[in-house]
Write a protein that binds this ligand. Structure first.
Ligand SMILES: [Ca+2]
Ligand SMILES: [Ca+2]
Length: 150
């Protein structure tokens, strides 16, 4: 949004501002025009990131205190959970992916090959029951076969 400052005769003002920056003087009008910052809040094992609009964007959780996130949760702009990536066995490799639709868990991905990407998914109902199981057998990230859950 800096360009808004330069709207009246911006060429002249830009020259002045550049000199001010080069000489180390901070023009207060420039800092006012800066977008609000991303805010990082740490609380115990949780670290959350809030966007310029004040909404939470990401939550990281360090379960065992080794400064490596064991779960990262991503939020939609409406504040609902979009995706959770979880290292369930604490080996620093993500092994569980939870996909949400409108804040509701719809699909859970697992890795059978211990790579950091899912190759098996369970499509789940609102009550937690498994509707369908999907398999990526050749490791290209695409479902090769599926079978009904139960
Ligand atoms: Ca950890
Ligand atoms: Ca893991």
């Amino acid at each position: 949004m800096l360009w808004a400052v330069f709207t009246p005769g911006w060429r002249e003002l830009a020259g002045v501002a550049l000199v001010a920056v080069l000489s180390g003087c901070r023009d207060p009008t420039l800092s006012k025009a800066s977008p609000p910052p991303y805010l990082l809040v740490e609380k115990g094992p949780y670290q959350s990131l809030y966007g310029p609009d004040g909404r939470i964007e990401r939550l990281a959780y360090d379960r065992n205190g080794d400064r490596t996130a064991d779960a990262v949760i991503l939020y939609s702009p409406d504040g609902k959970i979009r995706l959770a990536e979880i290292d369930t066995d604490l080996d620093k490799v993500i092994d569980r992916w939870e996909f949400f639709d409108n804040g509701v868990l719809v699909r859970v991905g697992f890795t059978r090959s211990r790579r950091a990407e899912p190759d098996y998914w369970e499509v789940v109902a609102a009550d937690g029951s498994i509707l369908r199981r999907e398999y990526d057998d050749d490791g290209d990230g695409k479902v090769d076969r599926s079978e009904p859950g139960g």
